[in-house]
Ligand binder design. Structure first.
Ligand code: AMP
Length: 313
């Protein structure tokens, strides 16, 4: 007998095992239904919900995974304090249109004797990889490869917020010929521009105010692009300066090729600006695509700042 279809969203229960997940999906798969997967570490916010809403619009069956993956945390304290709110997550995921919440235990994902990892070389060695160590992305790619094998979705949804992760996961899917389409969703931000993140909840009110330095850095670079600046060093410098003005010293600011993550010396068509900063105990990241349009903004008639003078001369 076929197991019943996924429980209605309002009464969604968490599925804990791979066997139960496969049993829930098998009848849907047999009927040719399109399955979407949204991998998360929980503490859901509007960024996660946008991915679920998108999956709901495009798929017949939406699986949200909730797994705080110990393998990708390079700091024990970060793992220990990572917010865990499964009941709330279940309710929010259901309301956004999830059919199944897959919330396995650490033992279900990494049973005794587990000895395999999946590693993407090169792309993972810079930026976040350099800052957090090679184990971070190895943890991400291993768990995402496992979640894809466990769920076998037609489409998997990831956020542009973790831009390097997205590039790495696209590489993983292409290199392993995994039969899944990767879809990216834009970064969802708070009203003041700060990218939504589960870690924002760990910031004190003062630190939360300082977190504005990250979008401010990106905005400063964008403004320089609009004024005609194309040199990477200048754009990175503008972001640094804007962040420091808000009392935040960036861990890194980089302008890279959006596909290869290779550093750019100059913005020719488009470049991905990535930055990271530690605010108190919490490490935050953000990014923006900088686009060099052909037409420059008309220079101010009386330039008042050093930078404005420089780029308009
Ligand atoms: P996490 O729970 O932080 O591992 O994130 C799960 C997924 O949600 C990843 O694909 C993230 O890139 C995505 N995500 C996290 N924050 C945001 C955001 N502010 N906007 C859009 N997607 C996000």
């Amino acid at each position: 007998m076929e197991p019943p279809p996924a429980t209605p969203a309002s009464g969604m229960n968490a599925v804990r095992t791979v066997a139960a997940l496969r049993a829930a999906l098998a009848p849907q798969r047999r009927r040719g239904r399109r399955i979407g997967l949204v991998p998360t570490m929980g503490a859901l916010h509007a960024g996660h919900l946008a991915l679920i809403t998108r999956a709901r619009a495009e798929c017949d069956m939406v699986v949200v995974s909730l797994f705080v993956n110990p393998a990708q945390f390079n700091e024990r304290a970060d793992l220990d304090r990572y917010p865990r709110e499964e009941r709330r997550d279940r309710r929010l995921a259901a309301a956004a249109g999830a059919d199944v919440l897959f919330a396995p235990s650490v033992d279900e994902v990494y049973p005794p004797g587990f000895a395999t990892c999946v590693e993407v070389l090169g792309l993972t060695e810079r930026l976040e990889g350099a800052a957090r160590g090679s184990a971070h992305f190895r943890g991400v790619t291993t768990v995402v490869a496992k979640l894809l094998c466990m769920t076998l979705p037609h489409v998997a949804y990831f956020g542009q917020k973790d831009a390097q992760q997205l590039v790495v996961l696209r590489r993983l899917v292409a290199d392993l010929n995994l039969p899944v389409r990767v879809e990216a969703c834009p970064t969802v931000r708070e009203a003041d521009g700060v990218a939504m993140s589960s870690r924002n909840a760990l910031l004190s009110p003062r630190e939360r105010a300082q977190a504005r330095a990250l979008p401010a850095g990106l905005q400063a670079a964008r403004e320089q692009v609009a004024l005609g600046e194309r040199a990477s060093a200048e754009l990175v410098g503008a972001a640094h300066e804007a962040m420091r003005e808000l009392g935040v010293e960036p861990e890194y600011v980089a302008l890279v090729d959006p596909d290869t993550l290779e550093p750019l010396e100059k913005l020719v068509r488009e470049g991905l600006m990535l930055l990271a900063a530690r605010i108190g105990e919490v490490r935050l990241i953000d990014n923006a695509l900088l686009i060099a349009t052909a037409s420059r903004v008309a220079p101010p008639t009386r330039p008042t700042t050093k930078r404005a003078r420089k780029v308009t001369s």
